[in-house]
Design a protein around this ligand. Structure first.
Ligand SMILES: Nc1ncnc2c1ncn2[C@@H]1O[C@H](COP(=O)(O)OP(=O)(O)OP(=O)(O)O)[C@@H](O)[C@H]1O
Length: 255
């Protein structure tokens, strides 16, 4: 479904070039829930953003359903990018639009037939159980409800992949569980592939099938969560798989 092959990305910064991704290779299969974990600054978000080429790699290839996105002309890339959708930590809803009109936005941008928009918007809001909030404005919603609207908006154009960047980091533990529940449902019922960047071990334990661990721009480890014979290499994976006590080596790893 998604194949990153030897992807590298360097940013120009005032203090010189910063290599955010170093020769990363990753294979994500259809219907996977794939976690990308690591300490702050490891390159997780940048790697996630290369999957739909929001971040263009300097080197390497990014295949989405067999098409190399790095080689596609702009128009074809924009079309192909619609197969992916993003969910962010801080929801990124438009406060001057109602819930209904927030979910409508990607449909307006993609030119989804006007007559069918309402039906599609309501379908998406039903998936996240928010039909009773269609006419509310985001400021009236809780954090969890805002994130569910963001998930409904992400689903609007029928993506095959959801790219989630710390989707539960800005909400309380109970709300976190609810958001993970909806992501799981979306994966199981709609077969949507989910790639999730997180620093929360509980998120990984709760929904991920597979995991990649990043350190300083490099993918240092990949494994299946249910592989009982797997011997973890890094502190993070040792904690994740219960082979080590949760040494809070950094404030950015929560168990
Ligand atoms: N647009 C940019 N310009 C310059 N440097 C950047 C840019 N985006 C990211 N970086 C740098 O690249 C490195 C990796 O950043 P990235 O956000 O991918 O890490 P991360 O693992 O997601 O961290 P966090 O968990 O803190 O969000 C960091 O040093 C960051 O400062």
């Amino acid at each position: 479904m998604i194949v990153l092959n030897d992807v590298s990305k360097t940013f120009d910064t005032p203090s010189g070039p910063l290599q955010a991704i170093v020769s990363a290779s990753l294979e994500i299969e259809k219907s996977d829930i794939y976690g990308i974990i690591g300490f702050s600054g490891a390159g997780k978000s940048t790697l996630l953003r290369t999957i739909n080429l929001l971040e263009k790699p300097d080197k390497g290839t990014v295949l989405l359903e067999g098409d190399d996105l790095t080689q596609l002309p702009r128009q074809q890339l924009l079309k192909k990018r619609m197969k992916t959708a993003m969910v962010f930590q801080h929801f990124n809803l438009l406060t001057n639009r109602t819930v209904f009109n927030n979910v409508s936005l990607p449909l307006e941008i993609s030119g989804y037939p006007k007559k069918q928009r309402k039906e599609r918007i309501l379908e998406c809001l039903e998936i996240v159980d928010l039909l009773d909030k269609v006419n509310e404005y985001p400021t009236k919603l809780s954090g969890g409800q805002k994130q569910r609207v963001a998930i409904a908006r992400a689903l609007a154009n029928n993506p095959k992949v959801l790219l989630c960047d710390e989707p539960t980091s800005a909400v309380d533990p109970q709300t976190k569980e609810s958001i993970l529940y909806y992501l799981k449902q979306i994966n199981e019922k709609l077969g949507i592939t989910i790639v999730i960047v997180t620093h929360e071990m509980n998120v990984v334990k709760s929904i991920c099938h597979k995991v990649a661990v990043m350190e300083k721009g490099t993918i240092v480890e990949k494994f299946h969560m249910n592989d009982k014979s797997y011997k973890p290499l890094t502190n993070i994976s040792k904690i994740l798989l219960g082979e080590s006590n949760p040494v809070i080596e950094s404030e950015v790893v929560y168990v």
